[in-house]
Design a protein. Structure first.
Length: 202
């Protein structure tokens, strides 16, 4: 009578690789969601920033033309900036393509473009305050941009990135310079319908 003894040997190759596919799939999904977050969420934030920047540029340039050193110029500049903002759509903000609303808090004026104190334009109430305000700044922050793929947690217990924010900012204006002539080249005068040019004495 023959007897057979079952001897335990090494696990087969398939048994050793059991679970490896799940690990590789999990790692691949993390990489995939990371690229999707980079393309979609970050790309959308960049496009929204471009929209806001275009609106800020147009509003600042148009509004700065109204600044004339008078209180009426400040008031007109604010109205112009708000009107230009509404003419710019927000196609990628998921805001039903509505125009960009620019509030008083987003509009500031100053007497130089950089390194100066900026004053909210709507708080200028006297001619003296408006006299030297020749530069206009428009600062448009975005609403909260909810993410889709960046919110996937990459660490145990993590929450990912739930939202992003961006902004558009532009400054426009001009310098006031009082120029005093340093010399006179010639005098022009008329006599009997005839014009004469007399060289100025040195």
């Amino acid at each position: 009578m023959k007897t057979f003894t079952l001897m335990a040997g090494r696990p087969c190759r398939r048994q050793r690789q059991r679970g490896a596919v799940a690990i590789m799939l999990g790692l691949s999904l993390l990489v995939l969601f990371g690229f999707m977050a980079l393309v979609f969420d970050l790309g959308r934030t960049y496009v929204v920033r471009t929209e806001l920047q275009n609106a800020a540029d147009a509003a600042a340039l148009a509004g700065a033309k109204d600044l004339n050193g008078r209180l009426a110029g400040i008031t007109q500049s604010i109205a112009t900036v708000k009107a230009i903002g509404l003419q710019n759509d927000t196609k990628f903000s998921f805001n039903n393509n509505a125009g960009i609303t620019i509030s008083d808090a987003m509009i500031s004026v100053s007497n130089c473009p950089d390194g100066c104190t900026w004053t909210q334009a709507s708080t200028i109430t006297t001619e003296g305050q408006a006299a030297d305000k020749t530069f206009l700044k428009v600062d448009i922050p975005s609403d909260r941009l909810t993410t889709f793929f960046a919110r996937v947690p990459t660490t145990p217990g993590g929450t990912g990135i739930q939202e992003t924010r961006t902004y558009g900012r532009a400054v426009a204006g001009y310098f006031l310079r009082e120029i005093t002539p340093i010399g006179i080249c010639a005098f022009f005068f008329f006599r009997g319908g005839t014009s004469f040019v007399t060289p100025a004495s040195s």
